[in-house]
Design a protein around this ligand. Structure first.
Ligand code: NAD
Ligand code: AKB
Length: 304
């Protein structure tokens, strides 16, 4: 097995990404090498509030942690409802994790998001462009990217698109409609979507996101440029209407109505597509799932 020199810590491990990343890391490094933590309680996961600086430090030093996947955060929709809490968890929480990592020379994976882009970004977002997000969540992600390159440790991130998965629910984001829609389609045959039919956003299947995370962390830091704070990675882009039509290939009677709420505003401030040649050239990023393949997988797995 490919073991890091110490143990691996995952914060926010019970969330949409953590549920699958912990599984993948335990397969790679062995069950006991990976310490899953969250503010919530569950089997196989210990309690760790990333706001508790001393506890984070105690765990990192005490358990000889040398690699941290820092997933604890509030996402865009929840963050806009609680801007101060969003800033505290996403920025102060990250600062606490960096301080602990420094004590034990640990390296960090800290996710960024397409939410770093603002309305002035081109529809196809380049790697390098002014970052002027309108959401507090997006602002915290810009700070996270800056900390990644300025904190003096090996820290990397990916600007994940909206992630689509079936193992855990989506956690309070703007792109959650692209997950919820499958549950409603299978359970009720109908979904009321909170963005317009023509809303087009970058999305990615969780398998691609987990693979990207592990591939990026396997790459020598010397070979990565300053884009390591947050690499653009593209999966596929589609409108909410195109998603409905792809689902109807499996469920012809499925209907969807569109009733935009406040999350439409956040979606409208983000780009439609992602340009990812830096990730492709620097560490070989290559997505595998397009819209129809994502839909096939989601329907097959949720239908079981
Ligand atoms: P999620 O909301 O599903 O999970 C976050 C987890 O963090 C939850 O289990 C929650 O209990 C935990 N948490 C909250 N406050 C905490 C605290 N103070 N201490 C410890 N744990 C705490 O989020 P996710 O979708 O798994 O996202 C993980 C990371 O990836 C976040 O940084 C998010 O911004 C980023 N990201 C996610 C997506 C996506 O579509 N899922 C897209 C872009 C970026
Ligand atoms: C959200 O919608 O907040 C997340 C993200 C794209 O960062 N899914």
């Amino acid at each position: 097995m490919d073991l890091p020199s110490g143990r691996v810590l995952v914060t926010g491990a019970l969330g949409q990404i953590g549920t699958e990343l912990v599984e993948a890391l335990r397969q790679k490094h062995g069950y006991d090498a990976v310490i899953a933590t969250d503010i919530r309680k569950a089997e196989g996961c210990q309690i760790l509030d990333v706001m508790d600086k001393n506890e984070v430090k105690k765990l990192v030093i005490g358990e000889q942690v040398t690699e941290i996947y820092h997933l604890a955060a509030l996402l865009s929709a929840t963050g806009e409802k609680n801007p101060k809490l969003c800033w505290d968890i996403n920025v102060t929480g990250l600062e606490n994790v960096i301080a602990a990592a420094k004590e034990n020379k640990a390296r960090i994976f800290s996710p960024s998001s397409i939410a770093v882009f603002g309305p002035d970004c081109p529809k196809i977002a380049p790697q390098k462009t002014p970052l002027n997000p309108t959401t507090v969540y997006g602002k915290t992600k810009v700070v996270g990217e800056q900390l990644a390159v300025n904190s003096g440790i090996d820290m990397r991130g990916l600007r994940y698109p909206g992630l689509i998965s079936y193992k855990a629910p989506a956690g309070g984001g703007t792109t959650d409609y692209a997950v919820e829609i499958f549950h409603s389609a299978l359970e009720n045959g109908h979904y009321e979507c909170f963005v317009r039919e023509d809303t087009k956003l970058p999305m990615m299947y969780m398998d691609d996101a987990i693979r990207a995370t592990i591939e990026l962390m396997s790459f020598p830091v010397e070979k990565l440029s300053e884009s390591r704070g947050g690499y653009n990675i593209s999966g596929c882009s589609f409108t909410a209407g195109e998603l409905v039509r792809s689902i109807q290939r499996h469920l012809p009677d499925f209907t969807c109505t569109f009733k935009p709420d406040i999350r439409q505003k956040y979606a409208d401030s983000w780009p439609e597509e992602i340009e990812d040649t830096t990730a492709v050239n620097e560490w070989g990023w290559n997505p595998k799932f397009n819209l129809d393949r994502i839909v096939d997988e989601m329907i097959a797995n949720l239908g079981k």
